[in-house]
Design a protein around this ligand. Structure first.
Ligand code: OW4
Length: 377
């Protein structure tokens, strides 16, 4: 975050000469970019790779990496699959798992908040909800990590997550077929759109791939960041315990203060002026959600974690037509875990050095040693 402030101080649009792209960090300009999909397109990729000149690392996503009107077709399908009624159907199963896992962890007291909770929970409930095979699920985390690393420069993080990726990618693609999915899950509901004539069979498979690309690492880091926030700020934890109804708004503050997805790219479709800066046609723009969420021009006391603040308009789920379509799943997972922790845990104490998990687009931890304390502080 100090690095973001150093870049922000240079101006509203900053050319990153090393990567030949333009960075946007301020809340106001970020909103402008994300609202104007006609000028700031997703169709040339939302990573640094510019599809006008270079091929994508995988067949491009048919929801993330297309603009309206094509985007509207696939968005409508996932909007329905991930709708509020669909969430209500999943809530019971998700709640049972949350209660069971948190009880087990409370009994152990000393845990790794990432390995034992932030990874375990989404990796159980989400693949179950999609209707995936039980075998091979370890590929999900590897694939998500790769997909997010692939949105940025081809550095060591990208290269490392590409090691042995052929088998990971092959497993993911094999799970995106109708017959690989249980008949009652989110995956099957994507294929139900084929039967309604909204998309074809191959497109349905690609939309299941989108679920598997975007649904795992994001929620793991979101949950891990939630634990990290409350472990660092015990006053906010006690406030949540006193007022559990704040859980939903706390999730927005977690996403503002410590979001899981830090950045994506857009590509200009024409020469354009943004905040008085001229940007040529077909140039890449780095849109930095995490920086906009700390913009001091938008947020009073931006570096303070405060679950009672008004978080309206935060960029943790992006903004505009591509705003996170799975956000209700993510909210459900974090809400249920926070609610169980509030019920079962008095204090969250960090008992060892938190370890970051570096990723080109994601912000989160690899390890967070925690003590779940039953005693009141
Ligand atoms: C790699 C990501 C995020 C959102 C959607 C998708 C991927 C997709 N991150 O594959 O559609």
């Amino acid at each position: 975050f100090p690095a973001y402030e150093a870049v922000r101080a240079l101006g509203p649009v900053v050319k990153l000469t090393r990567y030949n792209c333009y960075a946007v960090l301020d809340f106001q300009e970020l909103g402008q970019v994300l609202e104007d999909w006609g000028t700031y397109s997703s169709a040339a990729g939302v990573g640094l790779i510019n599809f006008h000149t270079d091929p994508p690392w995988r067949p491009k996503s048919i929801i993330l990496e297309v603009d309206p009107p094509e985007h509207n077709v696939t968005r409508r399908v996932l909007n329905r699959v991930l709708s509020r009624p669909a969430m209500e159907k999943m809530r019971q199963a998700f709640a049972v798992e949350a209660a069971a896992l948190v009880s087990e962890l409370v009994a152990r007291q000393s845990i790794d908040g990432i390995r034992d909770l932030a990874e375990l929970y989404p990796l159980k409930v989400f693949p179950d909800a999609v209707g995936l095979n039980k075998v091979g699920r370890d590929n999900l985390l590897k694939y998500g990590t790769l997909a997010f690393n692939a949105t940025c420069p081809r550095n060591h993080l990208f290269e490392e997550s590409m090691q042995g990726a052929d088998e990971v990618i092959a497993w993911i693609m094999s799970q995106c077929e109708r017959q690989a999915l249980t008949p009652d899950g989110l995956g099957a509901q994507v294929f139900a759109a084929v039967d309604r004539g909204e998309v074809n069979e191959a497109e349905a498979g690609m939309l299941v791939r989108s679920l598997l690309s975007a649904g795992v690492d994001t929620t793991i880091n979101g949950l891990g960041n939630a634990l990290y926030c409350f472990a660092r700020f015990p006053d906010q934890w006690q406030l949540l315990k006193a007022r559990p109804e704040l859980a939903r708004s706390a999730i927005d503050e977690i996403l503002r203060y410590e979001g899981a997805v830090m950045n994506f790219f857009r590509t200009t479709t024409r020469e354009v002026e943004l905040a008085g800066c001229r940007i040529p046609k077909h140039e890449k723009l780095l849109v930095m959600f995490g920086a906009a969420n700390r913009d001091p021009k938008r947020w009073p006391d931006a570096d303070r974690f405060d679950i009672t603040r008004d978080t309206k308009g935060h960029m943790g789920f992006g903004s505009g037509v591509h705003m996170c379509v799975g956000q209700m799943v993510a909210r459900l997972e974090v809400e249920l875990i926070l609610t169980e922790l509030v019920k079962q845990v008095d204090t969250l104490e960090i008992t060892g050095p938190p370890v970051r998990r570096l990723n080109n687009a994601l912000r989160g931890l690899a390890s967070l040693p925690l003590r779940l304390g039953p005693e009141s502080p």
